[in-house]
Structure formats: C-alpha cells, structure tokens
Design a protein around this ligand. Structure first.
Ligand code: PLP
Length: 396
C-alpha cells in the first residue's frame, strides 16, 4: 500500500501500548499493578450517569449542532467564567469528543511548513506528534527537575523566532505534576503579546491542583484573544470513556473549529453532552472527594518513591502523576520501566514517552488504590534490593 508521507512517522501515546502490554501479561496469569494509566480510578458520579440515561430515553440520540448543544456551551461558559477568572462568551465555546481533538484542531488551524510550535519536553506526546503532522517544526522547551519542572522564561524567550506561531503550555502538568506560577503565566503572556503568538493552554487538570489556586493564562489582559483553552470532563468527572472535552477559542477561530468538526466528527454525542450539563451544574462533592483522595495518595507515593534507593521524587502540585528521577538506580527510565513490568509486575511509563528530557525518569500514576500503590512500592523496593547499583552506568 502506498501511504502518504505524513502518516509514516505519526507519533502515539505510549500509555495505550503500555496498558495493552500489561493486559497481555495479565491474560497469561500475571498479577500486574497498573500505575501507567492516565485516568481516574473512580466511577462517573451517579447523578451524571442518571442524566445520560434520562437523555437517552428522551430521544437525544441524534446529531446535534457541530459546536455543541447550546445548554452545554452556556454551562461551560458559566463554569469557566467562575473558575478561570475571565468572562467566557458561550459563542466562543466549542464542544469536542474528548479534549484531545482540541489539540488536533489547533495544530491543523495553525501549523504548516515554515511555522515553529513550542511544546513542553517532557509533555503530553500528542502536541509534538500533531504539530509535526502538519509539517510545522517542533521546538521543545525543556522542563527541568531543578526548576521544579516549570518553563524557564529566559529559555522560552530565546526559543521564540519570527517563525514561532504557537506555544503550548500545560498546567497542572502531565507527566511532571508541576504548575506554572502566576508570575510564569504573566511572563509567558508578555512574550506572546510582544511576539504576536497564540497560546494553547491545556487546563485539563485544572481542578486537580493541590497547592495554591488555579490560574488561567487566558485571564490576563490581552490574552483571551490569543489563547485557546483546552479543558474537559475526562479527568475532573472520571468520564474518560464518554469522550467529552471543550475549547474556549478567540472569535475568529470559532468558524475554523466548526468546519474542522464538520469535516471530522460532525458533533459530540448528544446524550453525553446532557450528562456534561449535569456534571457542571449538579453537586460537586464527588469531585471534591476525588481530589481529597488524590491528595492523600500523592504523599503516599512520593514518600514511598523517595524511600527507594537511587530514586528522588519532587512533590507534584497537581494532576495524579509522580515523575521521579531514577538515575541513581544505575538504570535509565526506559530500562527501569521495562524491568518493573517484567520482573516486578508493576506497570509504569518511561519518562521518554513524554520527550527526551524524561530519559532519567519514570511516570508513576497514582490513579490506583492506596492498597495497590503500597504493594507496588514494595515490589519496586524488592526489585531494587536485588539489583546492585552501578554508579554512573546502566545495568542492563
Ligand atoms: N491533555 C492532557 C495533558 C492529558 O493528559 C490528556 C489525557 O491524558 C488529555 C489532554 C486528553 O483528554 P481527553 O481524554 O479528554 O481527550
């Protein structure tokens, strides 16, 4: 088959492959603990499920408007106005099947050969993959542990050229759990305004921030007209399988996103959208309880990782991932992740799944019970105890 060049080296999200490998081992009878997964291990709240059932019975089983149902766009605008700190017009809200399509549509709308797009490294792999798909040049901005995995503003300023069109930021961050401070956001906004850039602000973990208040870059003066906010329901309401996300875009991008939606998916599932209205407007106690539980697990996992020989882990400020440096074990991130799966029945992701800066890291998701996390840490300790540390050199 003669394939188009652009699909030849399209990227992927390693989490799906890692989960598949772990499940294949389980099918052979192995007892794997899943710490590779990027989805909350909670059920969708019952009031949300009930709303979907009611919507199905009321006949919301047909196509809806491409940009989303008016009642959901209004509910999103009201919620975002309250939580993100700027006035959101429902007309600028675009509902999508999951938040991921917002990345795709943003890259299709702005990326092309000759254009540079700055993405975090480590970062969610789809930014880089989709930017490259459009023929744009990807410019990684390193997030380093010694800088608390935040963007170094001087480094960002140096990376911007006259070809830069888009900067992607993600706070709270996957995989590092870091957050951008209000000063960081202000400095990034200054650069964006000065150099006439668009910002894709991935705020999907905005409700899962444990330290300080959440801030959106779009709330800063001059930014609503140059920010695409990406958010959704997958993480906040444990609705990964429902495929529900949204964008808040500058007015001139609304018709562009509308055409991209019509050309790809037509619309987001109608009964899912009515469930999303209930998620936003109904009781929030399930979200609060989930955040409390993640907060407790965060301490458990970080303390446990820091107690392992050769492992150092910063306290993440948001999301549900720890991103420890494992170089002191004598193994790289990919080597340790492989041995943990094959020899300790613990599935984690290598830091390199998120870019080359992650070479010395693994990503540990704490979207699993405290009991399983404790057991996984014991298995990790046992593996490292039977593995001699060779300072400065990889073992296997
Ligand atoms: N953005 C980040 C940083 C994520 O980690 C994820 C999912 O893992 C998404 C976006 C995609 O969310 P959704 O499942 O709603 O497409």
């Amino acid at each position: 088959m003669r394939l188009a060049d652009r699909v030849r080296d399209i990227g992927t999200e390693t989490a799906f492959e890692a989960a598949g490998r772990a499940r294949a081992l389980e099918a052979q009878g192995r007892d794997i603990i899943h710490l590779e997964i990027g989805e909350p291990d909670f059920d969708t709240p019952p009031n949300v499920r009930e709303a979907a059932k009611r919507a199905l019975d009321a006949g919301f089983t047909h196509y809806g408007p491409p940009l989303g149902m008016p009642q959901l766009r209004e509910a999103i605008a009201a919620d975002a106005t309250r939580r993100k700190g700027f006035s959101v017009d429902p007309a600028n809200v675009v509902v999508t099947p999951g938040a991921k399509p917002v990345m795709y549509y943003t890259m299709l709308a702005l990326g092309e050969p000759g254009v540079e797009i700055i993405v975090p490294d480590p970062g969610f792999p789809i930014y880089e993959s989709m930017a490259r798909f459009t023929g744009a040049t990807v410019v990684p901005i390193p997030l380093r542990q010694e800088h608390d995995f935040r963007i170094d503003i001087d480094e960002l300023r140096d990376l911007v050229t006259e070809r830069t069109r888009l900067i992607v930021i993600n706070s709270p961050h996957n995989p590092c759990g870091s957050i951008l401070t209000p000063d960081d956001l202000a400095a990034i906004a200054d650069i964006a305004i000065e150099r006439d850039l668009i910002v894709l602000a991935d705020e999907i973990y905005g409700r899962l921030q444990y330290d300080g208040e959440f801030h959106s870059i779009a709330a800063l003066p001059g930014m609503p007209e140059r920010t695409i906010v990406l958010d959704g329901f997958s993480k906040t309401y444990s609705m990964t399988g429902w495929r529900l996300g949204y964008a808040i875009v500058p007015p001139e991008l609304v018709p562009v996103f509308s055409r991209l939606i019509i050309n790809s998916v037509s619309c987001t599932s109608s009964f899912s959208q009515l469930a999303a209205v209930e998620a936003l407007t109904g009781p929030q106690d399930a979200v609060d309880a989930m955040v409390q539980e993640f907060r407790a697990r965060r301490t458990l996992v970080v303390d446990g990782l820091n107690a392992l020989p050769g492992v150092t882990c910063r306290m993440p400020h948001g999301a549900f991932y720890a991103f420890p440096d494992v170089s002191g074990t004598g193994m790289s991130g990919p080597q340790l992740a492989e041995r943990l799966l094959l020899e300790a029945d613990v599935s984690v992701l290598s830091g390199t799944a998120f870019g080359s800066v992650g070479r010395d890291h693994i990503r540990v998701s704490y979207a699993n019970s405290r009991q399983n996390i404790t057991q996984a840490l014991e298995r990790m300790a046992a593996l490292l105890a039977r593995t001699a540390i060779v300072p400065g050199g990889p073992l296997s």
